[in-house]
Design a protein around this ligand. Sequence first.
Ligand SMILES: *Cc1c(COP(=O)(O)O)cnc(C)c1O
Length: 376
Amino acid sequence: MRAKTKFIHAGIVGDETTGAVSTPIYQVSTYKQDAVGKFRGYEYSRTGNPTRHALEVLISELENGHAGFAFSSGMAAVSSVVMLLKQGDHIIVTDDVYGGTFRVFTKVLNRFGIEATFVDTANIQAVEDAIQPNTKAIYIETPTNPLLKITDIKLISTLAKQYQLLTIVDNTFLTPYLQQPITLGADIVLHSATKYIGGHSDVIAGLVVVSNAELAEQLHFVQNSVGAILGPQDSWLLMRGIKTLPIRVEEVNSNTLRVAEFLEQHSKVGKVYYPGLINHPGHELQKKQATGFGGMISFDVGSAEKAEEMLSKLRYFTLAESLGAVESLISIPARMTHASIPAKRRAELGIVDGLVRISVGIEDVEDLLEDLEQAL
Ligand SMILES: *Cc1c(COP(=O)(O)O)cnc(C)c1O
């Protein structure tokens, strides 16, 4: 099955009983038992729900994994995955990781004795140097947010296997349509499905796929014990979003390249970060490990004042946190998505005050270019 067909036909399609083409929404908490302990596959919806199950099977097949898990948010997915570790364990994390992920590691999980070291995972030597006797996992995001740094998933996975560490990849930015980390050697892939997978700015959700039965059993235990599950309505919304994911991503990719090239030649714009640009560090690597460059661009307009002025003049770019939707979204990372990272650390990472981040949508690209031109 080719990729675009897979997004329509993978997983559990429709409903056997009625012939419904769309998976029904099982709005139910508990299930009648035929005799004590004799279930028809489901006993209680925290443990398992048919609508959520259909989504979990689908994402697992799309990521070429062993099993999928749906959570109430991307952060619930991240936190539940980290709960596979225990007190005293250490984890290596990409340095310009999503702000919420940085926060949960440094303000919540640290209180339970899980220690994180943040390193530039694009630098394999720095990763190896950070490995300690109690290190249990390497957690990467590629491309990163907002500077679009690229980490070599295969190289990290190989290193991790040498030291018997888990490789965990946040694949939110590229989706399984463009990048499949498990195929490249990763053990666990996770998503903020709030972004491209949902795709319409209408649901908060997280998804995880694991590569083997042992991890599947462990993560199902955490999912059922902690209970940060996705509800049936939201599971259905994600399956609906997934059907159009390939065509949305194709459109986003071509629009984004046009926007990046426009920004790159514009006199009012400094540095442009987009993996699809030939001079972007990691461009070749991204070409090797993924089938496209995605829809995220960051660029420097010089100062916070200029960034704000520009944002106030735009018509088609909605000022909002988040990304991966049909509509183009724009934000100032230093003041919004990355405000929870201390200013000193932001400066070290290169997240300057004049940095503007765009998530390109599927509008007509000519309208987007004209809008950026007038605002700049
Ligand atoms: C948004 C995001 C998250 C967190 O997901 P939520 O659904 O907002 O909880 C994690 N990682 C990345 C890369 C994100 O963009």
